[in-house]
Ligand binder design. Structure first.
Ligand code: NB4
Ligand code: NI
Length: 198
């Protein structure tokens, strides 16, 4: 879908807008967003977050045929720009306030733990229409610097599930796919000390 259509007032991002494995944009280095952030990138970021909300809504996701998502990166929409959105809900239903709900412009990992971590069930990707098994080993804790939609420079520390999600999204800005991290010969091999997250 071309950018103008993506940005149209009444367009909601759907699976047809998401490019798949083989599209060279997924392997490109995405360009920085210049400041002050132009309106079109604010709009795109908001639509990316709306997609995640819709994808996590049982009714909307069914209606729109969306795969569930907790993160999305602009290159997945064939927009080679350094914009990611994350919506990682906390699983306890008591306080349904989401754990992290943010649009990050020009996100950058400025510090990280030596310790590594991975999701117990491996990872998938909205741009990959096949299951690829294996542990995707990432940093257990990261410090991310980014610009938010109000143009403020923010610095956040992440650990656990949300740290994994943000690393998966930042990888997309650098043309890296989750399966690039999987040990081909021993996909479930774990070095000592790697945290396996439920
Ligand atoms: C872990 C998970 N990955 C889902 N999909 N994959 C994605 O988000 C890809 C990105 C994630 C893959 C691993 C790390 C980042 C998308 N990617 O390609 C973007 O680059 C989920 F959908 C999901 N959840 C748990 C929470 N649930 C709340 C209720 O709604 C359903 C939702 C399902 N957890
Ligand atoms: Ni992905």
């Amino acid at each position: 879908t071309i950018l103008n259509e993506l940005l149209e007032e009444n367009h909601s991002i759907n699976m047809d807008d998401i490019i798949r494995e083989g599209n060279p944009t997924l392997r490109a280095m995405a360009d920085e967003i210049s400041l002050p952030i132009e309106k079109e990138w604010i709009t795109l970021g908001e639509k990316m977050l709306e997609f995640l909300r819709n994808s996590q809504d049982p009714v909307k996701s069914e209606e729109m045929g969306l795969r569930g998502g907790v993160g999305i990166a602009a290159p997945q929409l064939d927009v080679s720009k350094r914009i990611i959105a994350v919506l990682v809900p906390n699983d306890d239903l008591e306080n349904p306030a989401s754990l992290i709900e943010e649009i990050l412009y020009n996100p950058k990992i400025i510090a990280h733990s030596v310790q590594k971590a991975c999701l117990k069930d491996g990872e998938g990707c909205l741009s990959v229409d096949r299951e690829i098994q294996g542990f995707v080993v990432r940093y257990a804790r990261i410090t991310v610097q980014y610009t938010n939609k109000d143009g403020e420079t923010k610095k956040i520390k992440l650990r656990g599930y949300e740290a994994i999600v943000v690393q998966h999204e930042i990888d997309h800005l650098n043309g890296v796919m989750f399966f690039d991290h999987i040990n081909e010969l021993e996909p479930f091999k774990l070095e000592k000390g790697v945290l396996v997250l439920e």
